[in-house]
Write a protein of this length. Structure first.
Length: 296
């Protein structure tokens, strides 16, 4: 567990997104279709894998809601288990629906499945009217003229932990957020000026997304690091570190899971352990002590 570089996810690690991104998923589907999933159900999609992009998770959850209206009768647990078995992600979700309700019903679902509209509503709810105008370049719906859920993201990284990480390690960021939204969060936690652009990977920087190891191995090369720790809040974050180890055996990669996202308690610890996490911590603030102990 000795480390030269520490790479941090943003959502669920540096800031709490339970009342921002996750709320936007639930309310976007409700706004567009009048029905939705529970916030607690979101973790099932995350665990299935391939949903590092919350827009795509929104699309998959909306697909489930629409399929249920066409006779799909399996629970979200069963739906997401089938997605995982099919390889994870949105394409797998489409396959599960098609196999579950047949071609004709699936066509009726896809005719109503408006991913562009879902994304647009999501952005309005998350960013709020002013930032939506600035970042998306559009005019928000009259009844969505809101302050934005982005303001409801408590900072998780404490000042002492931030200082210790910056003093002792090269620090990078690997996130599924778009670059502009990543900058907002990094400014809030005091890392915007401390982590230069070349030490960040956002949604805008790579197509593959987690758990593909490309971003993590690229950051390791940029740091010229032999040992890299990646701290995340989802199983795909840990899978990213495991995949990096396989694709770049000349370096050591360690995935550390934190319990400040959707994975919590003993069940969260067990899920992380099954995926190969080298440590599971209550929060990112325990990382400096973990690494200091390992370095001793």
């Amino acid at each position: 567990m000795n480390a030269d570089a520490v790479v941090l996810d943003i959502d669920g690690v540096l800031v709490d997104v339970a009342d921002s991104y996750r709320r936007a998923i639930v309310e976007s589907i409700e706004y567009v279709y009048g029905r939705t999933i529970r916030k607690a159900d979101i973790q099932q999609f995350k665990d299935a894998g391939g949903f590092n992009n919350d827009w795509e998770l929104t699309h998959a959850a909306a697909l489930y809601v629409l399929a249920a209206e066409e006779g799909y009768d399996e629970s979200i647990d069963e739906f997401t288990d089938r997605i995982a078995a099919a390889g994870g992600g949105l394409e797998a979700a489409e396959t599960v629906v098609r196999e579950g309700i047949g071609a004709r019903a699936t066509q009726r679902v896809t005719d109503r499945w408006d991913r562009e509209r879902l994304r647009d509503v999501f952005q309005q709810l998350y960013l709020g009217a002013d930032r939506y105008r600035g970042l998306e370049g559009g005019e928000p719906d009259a009844d969505l003229e809101t302050r934005g859920f982005i303001h409801d993201e408590p900072v998780l990284l404490e000042g002492d932990a931030r200082s210790r990480l910056l003093e002792d390690y090269d620090v990078g960021v690997l996130t599924g957020r778009p670059e502009a939204e990543a900058e907002i969060a990094l400014e809030r936690v005091g890392l915007e000026d401390e982590v230069p652009l070349e030490h960040r990977f956002t949604m805008d920087d790579w197509e593959e997304g987690k758990p593909h190891p490309k971003a993590l191995t690229t950051l390791a090369a940029r740091f010229d690091a032999d040992r890299v720790v990646f701290v995340g809040d989802t199983l795909d974050d840990v899978r990213t570190a495991v995949n990096a180890t396989e694709s770049d055996p000349e370096r050591e990669y360690a995935g550390v899971g934190v319990l400040t996202g959707g994975l919590t308690g003993e069940e969260g610890r067990r899920k992380y352990d099954r995926e190969g996490a080298v440590a599971v911590l209550e929060s990112v603030n325990e990382v400096p002590d973990l690494l200091a102990t390992s370095d001793a």
